[in-house]
Each structure stands twice: as structure tokens, then as C-alpha cells.
Design a protein around this ligand. Structure first.
Ligand code: HEM
Length: 457
């Protein structure tokens, strides 16, 4: 055989091998399992479909994709290849298989909240933290703070009386104070103003460009973060000297058996405030809006709340609310459930595949982001009839399994859900029984809503 023919055969063989491997890597980018990727489009190189998603309502972007590709589809957003999922079963699978899907956040968010905060972890460290947090927020632990929550609610409402308020901002003050109460117990009031000043600067920079140069919002937020950690260190060392018995989240974290360093404690305190405040304030703001738009629902809620007061008067009981009263508010509880569904304030969450995962015949490659789309699950007509309609009575019947997950699912599901529901019930009780809401122009600017609140005479 001539040397040129031999070279030709060798070159052709090399070309076929290279071409095959190129095709294989393109279609099956990980370790070459012969499984297809989910349907969908990856958009343009580098930018993917980021502009398509941000130039419209993200829910609409997802809804159109679901219509076209089904409940599981691929995309490429903010520099990351991802798989979006909108079927209840797939969402449950991803959120419960924690060894296959780990939580994932941008590095700048981790730096700002604190790298040791519960959300960013898996395994033993996460399980230990979760046990401590759950212990402080389970019904048995929060039962005793109903009167304190009530007192915070009454103070807030009094300060709004007769004024035109921006609902979301005021609700954030209420939920911030309740979060501090659950963390620092009776000491909450001592630290309120200092912590508030720093935390409010931190939040302003949370969603800013992560450029750490003097003058930028990010830089100011990082400075406030440092100051917050210093204040928390001070609080921890003061408590150690006092040697009093406390029964709050900080005490749980400081328990020697918990084995946490001061830095781990302060990262997690900042984390819990972050998780507790805006979420609950947002739900309260939507409740005020839905009650205003649905007078018959407002009337039923008011009747239910008035009957609690009447019952107490008839039985000669103390007028303040107690835990049992809050368990006797089925109509108001359904209003909360329906608000959580319609507003779906956490539209989706993020996980990252820790290895190549096969799901329903598709490959989710290692390193890809996976997004369970809570809002689309809550707004699917397959799961909820007339999903856009605000109808609390739909919760008279339990929803289909896994179709309602406002507090997530699996090992990272919200440990603060009982506290959130409790503080909402307490505030709604006082709002509807003692005040009249006069709705002003409702302007939705990042959830802000203006309402005038007047004391009932
Ligand atoms: C209505 C208000 C709230 C909503 C809708 C909500 C929703 C959620 C959701 C969906 C998750 C899971 C996120 C994921 O899997 O990626 C979560 C986690 C979490 N929430 Fe909430 N939450 C609320 C209020 C609270 C409150 C009041 C607290 C604390 C007192 C709290 C503390 C936490 C913590 C610490 C986590 C992280 C748990 C972990 O990683 O193991 N949340 N929340």
C-alpha cells in the first residue's frame, strides 16, 4: 500500500473518531450516557435566552415554554445551562434527592448573607442547623410568644392609624420585629434599632451589581454586613456573661451541644432574618390587596375574627389571642393558603445536579441548574381549576399531592412556616376587627401598595 493511501485511511479514521466524539459531546455533554437532553432551546451562544426571559414577564416565558415543550425543558439563563421543571412529581423528585441536587446561589449572595448560612449547605452540618432551627420554630416553641407577636402587631397598627402607608414597607417592619423576637426573645427590643439600621443597608445592596468599590451599593452592603456581624458578636458575648436561661433561636444556636462557632451563629442569624422578613411581608401585602378586591371574602374573615372576640367575652376569657384561637380561624387560614398559591412569592428555586441524572428518559447533566417552577405548578389548570381566580374556598378540599408547595419540599423546606402563618393570622385578626382599610390608588411597584388605615370607632 502506498504511503499516501495509508495516510488517507489514517486521516479518515481520525476524522470519523473526532467527529463522533464532537457530536456526542454536543448532544450528551457529560460522561456520554446515551440519553437525550430534555427538549427546549439554548438560545444564543453565551447569553442563551436571558434577554427573552427578562424582556417579558418570566411567568409568561415559562408558560410559553411549557406549552411548547412540556413540563420539563432546557434553557440557558444568566450564563448557566438549566432544566426547568413544572410537574409536581418532578419538583418533588429534585427537592427530595438531596444527594443528586444541591442548593446553589451566586457567590456574591453567599458572601453577603454569610457562607455558613443554612441555605448553602448539605449533609451533617445542614442537618444539625436544621434541627436547631426547627426546634425553635415548631408549634410547641412558638405557642408562648403569641402575646408578644400580638403586642408587635398592635404597635405597628397604631402607628399606621389614619395615615397613608406603603403596605409592603410597613409589613416589613412588622415581620422584621417578629423575626427578632423569635431570635432574641425578650432582648429583641434592645437590639432592634442597631440591627435594623445595618440590615436595611444590607438589603439595599443585595440585588445590586456585585462590584465591591467605595460608593457602590454593594460596597455599602458589605460594610453593613460586617457591622451586623460585630453587633451579633457583642450580643453573643453579653449573653455568655449573663448566664441567664433563654428559650429562643440564639439560645438554641449557642447551646454547647450545637457545636457552632460565633461566625456560624451570626451567619445563620442573618440568614434567618433574610428568610423570614420579606417573604412574610410580601404575603401580608398581597392579603391586604386581595381582601380589598374581594369584599365578600373580607366580610367572612371579619365575621370569623369578630366571633373569636365575642366567644371570649361570652366565656369571660382574657381578651388577648392565644395559640388555640389561632387554630380556630379556618376561613382566614384558607385566605392565607389561596394568597400563597396565587401570589406564589417564591416563583421558583435553584438546585444544581451533582452528577449526571437520568429522569424520565432524559439526561440532566452534572453541573446544570435545575429550577422547580412553583408558580407554574400553582397556576396550572390541571392542578387548580380557574387558577387565576382568587378563591379561598378551593382549599375546603385538600389539593392534589405535591401541587401546593409554597414552603418548598424536602430537606430544605421552610422550617419557619408555622411562625409565618401565626404572625399573619395575628395581624389579620387585629386589622379586620379594629380597623377599616381605605384603599388608595393601588400602585404595584415591586409589591408596594398604598392603603389608609383608620381605627374603627
Ligand atoms: C410566608 C412566608 C414564607 C415563605 C413563603 C417561605 C418559603 C420558603 C421556601 C419555599 C423555602 C425553601 C427554599 C428552597 O428549597 O430552595 C424556605 C426555606 C427557608 N425558610 Fe422560609 N418562607 C417563609 C417564611 C419564613 C420564616 C418566617 C422563617 C424563619 C422564621 C423562614 C426560614 C427559612 C429558612 C431558614 C429556610 C432554609 C431552610 C433550609 O435550607 O434547610 N421562612 N422558605
Amino acid at each position: 500500500m502506498e504511503i499516501t493511501t495509508l495516510f488517507f485511511y489514517f486521516a479518515s479514521f481520525l476524522f470519523i473518531v473526532l467527529f463522533k466524539s464532537l457530536i456526542k459531546n454536543f448532544l450528551f455533554p457529560s460522561n456520554g450516557k446515551q440519553l437525550p437532553l430534555p427538549p427546549g432551546s439554548m438560545g444564543y451562544p453565551y447569553i442563551g435566552e436571558t434577554f427573552q426571559m427578562y424582556s417579558q414577564d418570566p411567568s409568561l416565558f415559562f408558560a410559553n415554554k411549557i406549552k411548547r415543550y412540556g413540563a420539563m425543558f432546557k434553557s440557558h439563563i444568566l450564563g448557566c445551562p438549566c432544566v426547568m421543571i413544572s410537574s409536581p412529581e418532578a419538583a418533588k423528585f429534585v427537592l427530595n434527592k438531596s444527594q443528586l441536587f444541591k442548593p446553589t446561589f451566586p457567590a456574591s449572595k453567599e458572601r453577603m448573607l454569610g457562607k455558613q448560612a443554612i441555605f448553602f449547605h448539605q449533609g451533617n452540618y445542614h442537618a444539625n442547623l436544621r434541627r436547631l432551627v426547627l426546634r425553635s420554630f415548631m408549634p410547641e416553641a412558638i405557642k408562648s410568644i403569641v402575646p408578644n407577636i400580638e403586642s408587635i402587631a398592635q404597635t405597628c397598627l397604631k402607628s399606621w392609624d389614619g395615615n397613608l402607608i406603603t403596605t409592603y414597607l410597613e409589613m416589613k417592619t412588622f415581620t422584621f420585629n417578629v423575626a427578632l423576637l423569635s431570635i432574641f426573645g425578650k432582648d429583641e427590643i434592645l437590639y432592634r434599632e442597631d440591627l435594623k439600621r445595618c440590615y436595611y443597608t444590607l438589603e439595599k445592596g443585595y440585588n445590586s451589581m456585585p462590584i465591591n468599590l467605595p460608593g457602590t451599593l454593594f460596597h455599602k452592603a458589605m460594610k453593613a454586613r460586617k457591622e451586623l456581624a460585630q453587633i451579633l458578636e457583642q450580643i453573643i458575648s453579653t449573653r455568655r456573661c449573663k448566664k441567664q436561661v433563654y428559650n429562643d433561636l440564639l439560645a438554641s444556636f449557642m447551646d454547647e451541644k450545637a457545636g457552632l462557632s460565633d461566625e456560624q451563629i451570626s451567619d445563620n442569624i442573618i440568614g434567618v432574618i433574610f428568610a423570614a422578613r420579606d417573604t412574610t411581608a410580601s404575603v401580608l401585602t398581597w392579603i391586604v390587596k386581595y381582601l380589598g378586591e374581594n369584599p365578600s371574602v373580607l366580610e367572612s374573615v371579619t365575621e370569623e375574627q369578630m366571633s373569636i372576640i365575642k366567644g371570649k367575652q361570652e366565656n369571660g376569657e382574657e381578651i388577648g389571642l392565644n395559640w388555640e384561637d389561632t387554630k380556630n380561624m379556618p376561613i382566614t387560614s384558607r385566605v392565607i393558603q389561596e394568597t400563597l398559591r396565587v401570589a406564589s412569592i417564591l416563583s421558583f428555586t435553584f438546585r444544581e445536579a451533582t452528577e449526571d441524572v437520568e429522569y424520565q428518559g432524559y439526561l440532566i447533566p452534572k453541573g446544570w441548574k435545575v429550577l422547580p417552577l412553583f408558580r407554574n405548578i400553582h397556576h396550572s389548570p390541571e392542578n387548580f381549576k380557574e387558577p387565576e381566580k382568587f378563591d379561598p374556598s378551593r382549599f375546603e378540599v385538600a389539593p392534589k399531592p405535591n401541587t401546593f408547595m409554597p414552603f418548598g419540599n424536602g430537606v430544605h423546606a421552610c422550617p419557619g412556616n408555622e411562625l409565618a402563618k401565626l404572625e399573619i393570622l395575628v395581624l389579620v385578626h387585629h386589622l379586620t376587627t379594629k380597623y377599616r382599610l381605605v384603599y388608595s390608588t393601588i400602585i404595584i411597584i415591586f409589591d408596594n401598595e398604598f392603603v389608609r388605615i383608620t381605627m374603627l370607632m
